[in-house]
Each structure stands twice: as C-alpha cells, then as structure tokens.
Design a protein around this ligand. Structure first.
Ligand SMILES: [Zn+2]
Length: 435
C-alpha cells in the first residue's frame, strides 16, 4: 500500500493509513489564500467590560444550562468548584465553566428510551436543590422557555405545556451527556477589531492546561454518571466555517454508545499490529520528515490523507486515555497543542478533535489530537471520485508552522519544545503499546 507519493509535477497523492481517505494536493491549486474572509471584513468593536457579547460571556451565566463545574483563580492558585448554587454564580469570575449543552446532539431521551437510563442519585439531588433555589427556578424556567421557542413553539403552546413536562425537558440540563467547557474571554486583551477573538493560542500555557484538565475531568465525570457510555467525542469548533455557533472559545463533549466506524477500524488495525500508531503514525512521519515539533510528552506531525490541512499531535504516554494520564502528561500534551494553535494564530478556522482508547476497548490507541484547518470547501469533484483535494501538501503545512514556532520560542511565548531538525525522532516514540 503506497501511502505517500510525490509526483514529478509536485502533486502529492496520499492515503490516510487509518481511515483510507484518498487525498491529492494538486500543484497550482495551492496558492489560494488560506486566511478566512473574516479578516477582510474586520470591523472595529465597541469594548464592553465586563464582556457581554454572547451567551458564553461572563455577564450572561444564566444563558447556559446549570453549571456542573467551574475553575477560578484565587490567591492559592486555581480552585475547582463543583455544582455552585445559582445565587452565587456572580460572586467570582469563572476562568472556565462546564455546563450542559442546551441543544444536545445525543439527547437525554436517547439514553432513557434506548437504555432505560436514569439520572444518578447525585444528579437528581442537585436538580432538586437547584429548583428549590428561587434563582435556580427562575434560571430553569427561563432557559426551558428559550429552548422551546428556539424549537419553534409559540408562546401559547409553551404556556399550555404542563409544568411537569417543562421540568422533564430541564432534566437534560442536569443529567444529559452533551456538555460544554467554556473559556472566560470572548475577545483577547487589547482587542480592537471583531476578529480579535480569544483563541486557544491566546491562553497562557497554564490556562490552556487547566482548560484541558477540566475537559479531561468532564470525561471522567460523564462516564461515572452514565454506565452506557462507550466513548465520548471531544472537539472544539473554532469560528463559523468550522461549525461553531458562537465565536467564543469552548470545547464540546458528546457521549456515545458507539465508537463510530473510523475508531472501530483503527481498533481492528491495533488487534493485528499493536504498534500501528508508531508504524504508520510517528515512524512513518519521521521517515518523511513530517515530524516538526515535540516535547517530552507529545509529538506534532503534518498529517497525510486528510481532507483539510491537518496537524496531528500524539501523546507519548504509556496510557491510552486522557483520563489515565498524569497531570504532568496532560500538561505536556496541552503545551504542544497550545503551541500549535499559537503558531497558527486565531484567524484560521479549525476543528480540534480528540481521539483515544474507547472505555470498553482492550486494544490501546494513543491519545491524539487532530487540528484540521477548515480553509477549503470540498466540492463536486470530491463527491464524485472520493478523491479529496487538499490545498496544501504536508510539507507546505510543516514549513508554514516551523518559522512561526521558532519565532514564538524566541519571544518566550511558548514553553520549551524541539522544533524541526531538533526533533529526535527516535523509533517508536509513542509508548502506548507498552503494558
Ligand atoms: Zn462571548
């Protein structure tokens, strides 16, 4: 199987070893600009302090479902507060908040109807306490009303709905498995234009680590609250072309009773060859000079066989799930991911997707994160041939990142990492295959 061929005219034909996706980067089509149109239409903004630009902003805590967890900065450092009573939401500013998603992809009803899922006693108690609090009752009444309106119900229809039914809708806010982790800032400090949004790369290394850690904690908590969950899809859609409905930094977690075809296939590959993620991931990339950054905990690769220019970051840890990583290991992965975001800048629309060993898998895959640049729109050619045209070759992607990483490191804006030729690229750098 030939995965990577550079043709004499410069066309790069690629086959993704893990998904089978066939991709060409065609010479001559690559010169298209890759920065979003948004930059062209950038407008000055009126600064509001504290920020109140969207439902995820710090003055609008009651526009999201109840808060499961928040992180605040105190004199003792970072503090995690779970299930804060609603009348105390505004006592402190949350650096990151974890809440349900008002519009679930996989709904609470899905779990109830298909698995007879019941909310845990802890969640049930939280819900009762929340509704017994007048501020909480008003919050739930308001967002249930808002949700019904968004789903197309009229005022009359909503008024006619029995209270019990409204509270049943609200159950999803407490016991659902589609969650958000939301950052504090909407715009970055010193913003002047509507495109100066706070992106992952604008967080400090420490903030980014806590953003990751809260997301990893959410994975652990969701699996503890719903025993039917086999996998949780974790992703971050950045800007509208990547599917974001808010231009405000956040991650999403969606609980699933399935692995999906792609992970199923990868687990099958792992059964045949436990070292496949080194062989076709890290080692393959090293042989083709596509490893362009690393630290002691993770390596970054310009990926092959993706529909969009894609950077792959692999954890080197022996464990296959982020929930089994030590804090130090999470910090290391987070740091490299943040460096990649910082080098890209906040103007490129992208998806950050997490992959890891499913909870009920006995074959281990490494925790890895794909950052896909949503700079091209697949068209009819792709639909008809199943050959996808990617506007950048992996080498171009690498060469775009490397000088920016050097610059950030020189300026002291990223933590320690090896770049380009400095990378050691030892054979089998990913240790997930060890027991
Ligand atoms: Zn906002």
């Amino acid at each position: 199987m030939i995965l990577y061929t550079i043709m004499p005219d410069g066309t790069v034909k690629q086959l993704n070893p893990f998904t089978g996706t066939e991709v060409w980067a065609v010479a001559g089509r690559r010169v298209r600009p890759i920065v979003n149109e948004a930059v062209v239409s950038a407008k000055p903004i009126e600064i509001h302090q504290p920020e109140d630009y969207c439902s995820f902003c710090q003055t609008r805590y009651f526009e999201t479902p109840p808060e499961k967890s928040r992180l605040v900065k105190s004199t003792n450092g970072w503090e995690k507060i779970d299930l804060l009573p609603p009348d105390r939401y505004f006592e402190k500013t949350a650096e990151f908040r974890r809440t349900g998603n008002m519009f679930e992809i996989v709904t609470l009803d899905y779990w109830r109807k298909n698995y007879a899922y019941k909310m845990t006693a802890g969640r049930q108690k939280w819900k009762e306490e929340y509704l017994a609090n007048p501020v909480g009752l008003k919050h739930i009444t308001d967002i249930t009303h808002y949700k019904l309106k968004q789903e197309g119900k009229t005022e009359e229809q909503i008024a006619a709905l029995p209270m019990a039914e409204k509270f049943a809708i609200a159950d999803a806010f407490f016991g659902g498995g589609h969650e958000l982790v939301i950052a504090r800032g909407h715009f970055k400090p010193g913003a002047a234009l509507n495109t100066d949004l706070l992106a992952s790369g604008d967080l400090s290394d420490d903030e980014h680590y806590h953003y990751f850690k809260l997301t990893v904690d959410a994975i652990r908590d969701i699996t503890a609250s719903n025993r039917y969950v086999r996998y949780i899809s974790v992703y971050q859609n950045w800007l509208r072309p990547a599917g974001a409905s808010f231009d405000h930094l956040h991650k999403q977690l969606v609980s699933l009773d399935d692995w999906g075809a792609s992970i199923q296939n990868q687990i099958r590959m792992l059964r045949d060859d436990p070292n496949v993620f080194n062989e076709f991931g890290a080692n393959f990339a090293a042989h083709h000079n596509l490893v362009f950054a690393e630290n002691d905990y993770a390596i970054a690769i310009a990926g092959i066989g993706h529909r969009y220019p894609t950077i792959e970051i692999y954890s080197r840890a022996p464990s296959g799930r982020p929930t089994e990583h030590s804090d130090e290991e999470i910090r290391g992965v987070s740091s490299l991911v943040r460096a990649i975001h910082a080098a890209m800048g906040g103007q490129i629309s992208c998806n950050e997707e997490w992959y890891y060993t499913p909870f009920d898998a006995v074959y281990k895959m490494p925790w890895h994160i794909l950052i896909k640049w949503r700079v091209n729109v697949p068209a009819g050619f792709e639909g008809g041939t199943s050959i996808w045209i990617n506007p950048m070759t992996p080498i171009e992607l690498r060469d775009r990142m490397v000088p920016r990483l050097y610059k950030l490191r020189d300026e002291g804006k990223v933590s320690w990492l090896r770049i380009a030729e400095e990378c050691r690229v030892d054979p089998n750098p990913l240790k997930y295959y060890l027991k």
